[in-house]
Design a protein around this ligand. Structure first.
Ligand code: CAA
Length: 381
């Protein structure tokens, strides 16, 4: 057992921390207010190999491991949670499934530009009536000659309004239930794909959340990702990795809130002394730091298991469940420590509180995480 990061992991952590400190954190408040896609930040992250960090360099990626991905994503999300989720989706939900299930041609054509950050991806699973019940897909894909024709509507798609490519799930044979779902790679700028509503949200405001409308969208036959009928498995496998990403995002948000609370408690004078001298504040800080550390250990363990090519779906769900709920508790306490100032935008902790909330919902709600964990345990693993 070794709790020490490797030299490469330490280097990646330092690089991501420096970048987040200089280029992301100073812009986070403005990004939250303007709700704009931070294209200039994403471009610089691409140059630092952060958009496909765990993808081999022959496919344009950073060639690092999944522990490095966790470490880097915590730093980026510490800077801004919106930037964190843009990075997480491109890495976990787009590059990872193309790398795992794609053909050599698909890797050359789609993975290389995505992992090098020249293009941006999104993941089209969720539909108005297929949220937690991911198998209830209404979108259809029908093979017509050498093309698939896709019709349907996807919603709540992170990066959906700005993405170039989408890993999309659709029914190819409804009679087979979830075994009739297949996955595809779609050109979002191609004919038959339109961006619908771009949602107004509570948090992660600089990350676009959009509807994708597919109307007679024709894609080449060879854009099928994996085998026909394997799509549900592709989606579940992809989300296992995605949950490690969201756990890491929650760590970054929680750490930003904890650090702000510690700093504030040392400078805020009440009753003639800094409020950090009061046990009520000290206990809150102790609980926040302990929860953050526990969440980080769970998240690193899930990333480590993925690197070891061991099963990790239970551990990824545990990491996401605990890290996301801990982030909500930690950001709530950070506001409490700030008192009235915590409710004011300039003090940032109200943003961290809003940003944390979604981590309990997307890429599988806390309730679905508990389902995944318990079903794995009851199956003896
Ligand atoms: N890996 C591989 N296979 C898996 C799997 C996994 N993690 N989980 C399930 N499967 C397989 C099962 O083994 C089973 O296959 P067999 O019958 O061949 O054995 C098949 O999938 C069906 O499994 P279930 O009966 O357990 O499926 P279910 O319909 O009951 O659903 C669920 C399971 C866990 C609830 C699943 O639907 C789920 O994860 N729901 C949540 C969906 C989700 O996370 N959505 C997030 C949207 S994406 C998003 O938020 C992205 C964004 O933009 C940020």
């Amino acid at each position: 057992m070794d709790f020490e990061f490797s030299e490469e992991q330490k280097m990646i952590q330092q690089m991501a921390r420096d970048f987040a400190t200089k280029e992301i954190k100073p812009k986070a408040l403005e990004l939250d207010r303007t709700e704009r896609h931070p294209a200039e930040i994403i471009q610089k992250m691409a140059e630092l190999n952060l958009m496909g960090i765990a993808i081999p360099d022959i496919y344009g990626g950073g060639g690092a491991d999944n522990v490095s991905y966790v470490v880097a994503l915590e730093e980026i999300s510490w800077g801004c949670a919106s930037v964190g989720v843009i990075m997480s989706v491109n890495n976990s939900l787009v590059c990872d499934p193309i790398h795992t299930f794609g053909t050599e041609e698909q890797k050359k054509k789609f993975l290389t530009p995505l992992a090098s950050g020249k293009k941006l991806g999104c993941f089209g699973l969720t539909e108005p009536e297929a949220g937690s019940d991911a198998a209830a897909q209404k979108t259809t894909a029908v093979l017509k000659g050498d093309e698939w024709m896709i019709n349907g509507k996807k919603n709540f798609i992170t990066n959906g309004n700005v993405a170039d490519y989408c890993v999309l799930l659709a029914m190819t044979d409804r009679s087979k239930g979830y075994r009739g779902i297949s996955s595809f790679i779609i050109d979002c700028k191609g004919p038959g794909v339109a961006v619908g509503v771009v949602e107004k949200k509570l948090g992660i405001k600089a990350s676009g959340t959009a509807e994708l409308i597919l109307e007679d969208c024709r894609i080449p036959k060879e854009n099928l990702l994996g085998q026909e009928g394997q799509g549900f498995y592709v989606a579940m496998n992809t989300l296992d990795g995605g949950r490690i990403g969201i756990a890491a995002q929650a760590l970054g948000i929680a750490r930003a809130a904890l650090e702000a609370a510690i700093e504030y408690s040392k400078t805020r004078m009440q009753f003639g002394q800094p409020i950090s001298k009061f046990q009520a504040i000290q206990w809150m800080i102790a609980d926040m730091a302990t929860e953050l550390d526990a969440a980080r250990l769970l998240t690193l363990k899930a990333g480590f298991l993925k690197d070891q090519k061991q099963r990790y779906e239970k551990e990824a769900a545990m990491a996401k469940l605990f890290a996301s709920e801990a982030a909500s508790r930690i950001t709530t306490k950070a506001i409490q420590i700030h008192g009235g100032y915590g409710y004011i935008q300039e003090y940032n902790v109200e943003r961290h509180f809003r940003d944390a909330r979604i981590t309990e919902i997307y890429e599988g709600t806390s309730e679905i995480m508990r389902l995944v964990i318990s079903s794995n345990i009851l199956k003896g693993r």
